[in-house]
Each structure stands twice: as C-alpha cells, then as structure tokens.
Design a protein around this ligand. Sequence first.
Ligand code: CTP
Length: 401
Amino acid sequence: MTLAGKRILLIISGGIAAYKSLDLIRRLRERGAAVRPVMTAGAQAFVTPLAVGALAADRVFTDLFSREDEQDVGHIRLARGCDLVLIAPATADLMAKMANGLADDLASTILLATDRPVLAAPAMNPKMWSHPATRRNHAILLGDSIRFIGPASGEMAESGEKGEGRMAEPLEIVAAVEAILDDAPKPLAGRTAIVTSGPTHEPIDPVRYIANRSSGKQGHAIAAALARLGADVTLVSGPVTIADPQGVRTVHVERAEEMLEAVVKALPADIAVMVAAVADWRVAIAAGNKIKKQPGEAPPPLLLTENPDILKTIGHHEKRPALVVGFAAETQDILANGRAKLQRKGADYIVANDVSAGTGIMGGDRNTVKVIGKSGVEDWPEASKQDVATQLAALIASHFA
Ligand code: CTP
C-alpha cells in the first residue's frame, strides 16, 4: 500500500486515452490512494461520469457553476484538499489553458487555484505534441514546476499514426505518483548513478538496422528505483517505446558507440548499472543509401565489426564508479557464464537471467534473476521487473550505508 492515505485529485480531460484513466483509478486505489475525479466536458464524451465514479467510489465533479457542488465542496477546496493533482490524460488544449492561466471550467480553475504538486500525463496526436505551440506551452509549464510523465511513442489509437504522444501506461503513471508522494528515507541521497537500458539499433543503411528484443522495462525500473532512494540518476536509453521515468535525467541514444559516449560523459558517478542489451556487433560500414536488390545477384553480405563493451570499459575506467553492476542475458550455463562476465568486465555484481525462448523475460513484465557477487550467489524468486528493481536498489544502497 505505497499510497496509503494519499488523496489524489484526478483531472480527466477529453482524449481517447481517457479510457485508460479507468484502469489508472483502479491501480491508484489498489495502492491505498483515495481518488477524487474531476472530468472536463470533453472527457465525458469519451468515458461516462458513472463509470469513473463507480471505480473511484466517489462522486465526480464536472461543473464549475454547479450550485450544489460549490456549496458542498467548492473549487478551492477541491484544489487544496488533496496531496497531488494528477491530469490524465492531459490534452493539448488543457496544457494551453494552464500555460496561459485560463480558468473557464472546473478543471482549469482548480489547476490555477491549487498549491499542491501537479503531475500531467499528456496524450495527443504526435503532430499536436510536436507543434511549436505545444512545445512552447510545455516549456512554460515545466518552468511553472508542473511535472510530466510521458508521453510515450507508439501507435495512436485513432489514426494508427506513429510518434510521441501516446499517454504513459497506468502503471508508469502510478510509479510517477509514488515518486512524488514518497516520504520514505533516502539512503542514496548525494550519490550519483548511471543506468543503461533498452536495446541499441545499429544501422545497416538509412532504413534498416540490427536490434534485439529488449524493451527497456527492467533498466527503466532500476533507474526509477535508484531515484526513489535519493540518487541523482542519469539514464542512458536506447530506442524504446516506454515513457522516460519520473525524477531521472534521460539521455536518448541509438547506437552502442553513442551509448558509450553518453555513459562516459556522465562520469564520475558512484554507481553504474548497465542493463542495456547492447548489440555486440555493428555493420562495419553502414551504407549511405538504401541497399537495393540486384536482379540475379546474391544478397549482399553484411560485414560486422565489434562494438565497444560499455560495461567492461566502465569496469576498468580510471573514473570507475565505486559500485558497478552488469546484467547477463544467457540461454545456457547461466552461473558459469555470469561468473566469467563478473571477472572479465570488472563488475561487482552480475545480475544473470535466463532469456531462452519461451521464458518471456525479454520484453515481458516479470523476471527471475540470480545475483552473482564476488562472494556468492543469491537466487531471487520470480518477481515483477518493478520489484526486482526495488530489491536491486536496496542491495546497492546497502553498500553505501
Ligand atoms: N554490455 C555492454 N556493452 C556491450 C555488450 C554488453 O555494456 N557491447 C553489458 C550489458 O549491458 C550487460 C553485460 O554487458 O550488463 C552483459 O551483456 P551480455 O549481452 O549478456 O554479454 P556479452 O558481453 O554480450 O556476452 P555474450 O554475448 O558472450 O553473452
């Protein structure tokens, strides 16, 4: 019950992503939060106040000029009688209103009147998100200390268009809420950490690349878990479709060489956790133009060359962090291979997992790991990637106690 006793005012504005807010309410309540919903007129075109109220087990506020609501609770009490104002989805229109201090309905009035932290989960068409007007509004809101989770990139529900604009998933939003409302001890305060996550994409030509099945879920969860314990975290992420975690500086890269450069640039640090599934090889010379089929000729051979080993470089670097943790994705001889990697790469721990076909670990939500240290091995039971991250962050913190 990580949110026990917390009161969240949830503003739902009008976008198709509003359907995900129903699940979001459930997830928040599962963790002990009380959710008081406010819906804009637009939101009610996508989901009904009846459904929202039933899931929240509270009445739904919709109208600034409702005599009954105003006498009872009033917009000022709504704005202040909570621990956090969460906007999910936050539309381009609502962001524009907020950035300009407009207050022409209940939601925008609450947002102008509140003195509580505000977290927004934007959702809109990618063109709207990248429009200069929205860019401007976003920058203004960041300057006003509004916090954001997402948007993530991916396919849009209505148009099938791809790009940044999809609302963060309910569990990512919950994690961001937890990060803001967390009053737990901060054993890693004053420590810096670098985490790598996701796959790398190694270009073959301008349209093709070599990649792997990594989703970034485990690495992103570790970055967030370290931040929750107070660490100042730089996350270097390969191309993924999940949202940047809350409270973490995220650097986006494509290729292994760019990832290494970003990691070295983030040194010195106290902690390095290298979770990325870095491509071992890249195409020696990526073609400048799309490689075309030649009638009657054999397919072109791909000449590969080795990528830099980021973990090994950091494990032997003159600015080596005090604690270096690597991962080992194995399909056989997990322990022997993990131990060999611990040695070879100069790590303090290797978190080894079995990624054989059928385990569902690559890309899935759960993980079963063995934590190999210099003095022994711990077998951790199967858990969500979030829980593995929390446990690993606690293990890391114990080294700095
Ligand atoms: N790693 C890295 N840079 C690379 C390759 C791997 O930083 N070029 C890191 C990964 O982030 C992980 C660890 O090294 O922490 C082990 O990755 P893994 O793919 O299991 O090992 P490899 O070194 O690629 O060994 P092999 O392919 O022989 O299993």
